[in-house]
Ligand binder design. Structure first.
Ligand SMILES: NC(=O)c1ccc[n+]([C@@H]2O[C@H](COP(=O)([O-])OP(=O)(O)OC[C@H]3O[C@@H](n4cnc5c(N)ncnc54)[C@H](OP(=O)(O)O)[C@@H]3O)[C@@H](O)[C@H]2O)c1
Length: 326
């Protein structure tokens, strides 16, 4: 079913802010394409918004009229980013900061609680933050290995805790920034957090495959529960000259430095995230994996329905709570 954009109502008149009974009849607009101003203020939360792809995503959503919340682990960087983006927001639309280190699940719980107290609704959640670590395997404040926690478990828990606010939206979208590096993943349920078999790239590739499998399984479970106003898709942004690799080994840092002139810019790298967050043509799409704004098949022998369910259960066990809070 294709739902009309509220700012292009079939009646030819502006529908204004949707009232509660109207909500289900509207899909979120691509405000960039909208020639009418509106009192409806869509809210977007972008993680890892202080740098690279996430910063551009936040900036462009603000330009499109979103009230943007920057989730960041570094207060100074977050304040600087907010100052940069706020002037680009629509008049009266705020850019806010939500401090949270995604590698600490207690911080994720606190940040979600703060968000849930401050905002009535969430229309777009972009789980963008992610990184590759160094040669030594580190554990997070919450116990599991750092890459698994930051790139998968933190976003998994955050999405779970924000789901009630996403359900308050007329048509919410969850965008998960994965990577084509998933093709190098070799996960093993016996050592999901790569104890005994750690390498930074292996841990990273595994976590990016988990982003994709989480997206597919979440889409399936949302459908199964009859939650039709929340969709989710994942993507590969391209090989992007950002700050990526700066937390990793000297070899990774050197590679990114030397190869930077041949890589995509953060502006181009953010385009598929923005597309999945706003484009009307993907309003009804859920569970997809996109590259350059096109759906692509996921080629991984590990990506079976059984493994997706098992990953879900393991993720719930590691974050210490069920995803759906019934
Ligand atoms: N660059 C590429 O070639 C490439 C390719 C494929 C996929 N990706 C994916 O694209 C996404 C964005 O990467 P990017 O290239 O934009 O890298 P980036 O410039 O390094 O940005 C990463 C962002 O994530 C934040 N972050 C890191 N750890 C965090 C934590 N524990 N809690 C909260 N925020 C945290 C960083 O915060 P700070 O500013 O405080 O460090 C930064 O804002 C990642 O998920 C990455 O896996 C990138």
């Amino acid at each position: 079913m294709t739902l009309p954009c509220y700012c292009h109502p079939t009646s030819g008149k502006s529908a204004g802010a949707p009232t509660l009974p109207q909500r289900v009849a509207y899909s979120l607009p691509s405000l960039a394409n909208c020639h009418m101003t509106t009192s409806f203020e869509p809210i977007a939360l972008v993680t890892g918004a202080t740098s690279g792809i996430g910063k551009v995503t936040a900036q462009q959503l603000a330009r499109q009229g979103y009230h943007v919340v920057l989730l960041a682990r570094n207060a100074d960087k977050a304040a600087r980013t907010r100052q940069e983006i706020q002037p680009e927001a629509w008049p009266g639309r705020r850019v806010d900061v939500l401090l949270c280190d995604l590698s600490d699940l207690n911080q994720v719980r606190r940040a979600a609680e703060e968000f849930n107290q401050r905002y009535a609704r969430l229309d777009v959640l972009v789980n963008n933050a992610g990184l590759v670590f160094g040669n030594e395997r580190e554990t997070s404040a919450s116990g599991p290995e750092m890459t698994l926690t930051t790139n998968h478990l933190g976003p998994f828990l955050l999405t779970s805790l924000l789901l009630p606010k996403l359900q308050q939206s007329p048509a919410a979208r969850i965008v998960n920034v994965a990577s084509m590096a998933y093709q190098f993943a070799k996960p093993d349920f016996a050592t999901l957090d790569v104890a005994g078999s750690y390498s930074p790239m292996r841990a990273y590739a595994n976590s990016k495959l988990f982003n994709i499998m989480f997206t597919q399984e979440l889409a399936r479970r949302l459908r199964e529960r009859g939650i039709h106003n929340v969709s989710t898709n994942s993507l590969h942004p391209g090989v992007v000259a950002s700050n990526f690799g700066s937390n990793s080994t000297w070899l990774t840092r050197a590679f990114y430095k030397v190869a930077a002139p041949f890589m995509t810019s953060s502006e181009d790298g953010a385009q598929t995230s923005i597309y999945l967050a706003t484009a009307p043509e993907v309003a009804q799409t859920s569970g997809g994996y996109f590259v350059k704004q096109r759906p692509e098949a996921v080629k991984s022998g590990f990506n079976t329905p059984d493994n997706a369910q098992r990953l879900w259960q393991e993720s719930e066990r590691l974050v210490g709570q069920p995803f759906f809070q019934e």
